[in-house]
Design a protein. Structure first.
Length: 94
């Protein structure tokens, strides 16, 4: 089995989802997901987009095994919004 497919299974198991449950969250049919995981069908852009948006999966890790399984997330301090120089923004728009 291809290492990418093994990592896809690792993701599913990490979130403790059945194939049907994982497919439902990703918005694809269970038979389609089964074909992805078994290598019968190539991974689609819809699947990849779902892995990024719904599970925060690092696609570089999925395909190469390098780096972290998850995309790094950054938090911001909502109590202190960043200061923006609106004059500079308006000048660039003109």
């Amino acid at each position: 089995m291809d290492d990418t497919l093994l990592r896809l299974k690792v993701v599913r198991n990490f979130f403790k989802k059945s194939k049907a449950g994982f497919a439902k969250v990703l918005g694809i049919s269970q038979p389609t997901y089964f074909r992805y995981e078994t290598g019968v069908q190539k991974l689609s852009s819809k699947l990849i987009k779902g892995l990024i948006l719904k599970f925060n999966i690092n696609i570089n890790w999925l395909f190469t095994g390098e780096g972290s399984m998850f995309i790094k997330t950054y938090t911001c301090d909502l109590q202190r919004p960043p200061r923006v120089n609106l004059y500079c923004i308006n000048e660039k728009i003109k």
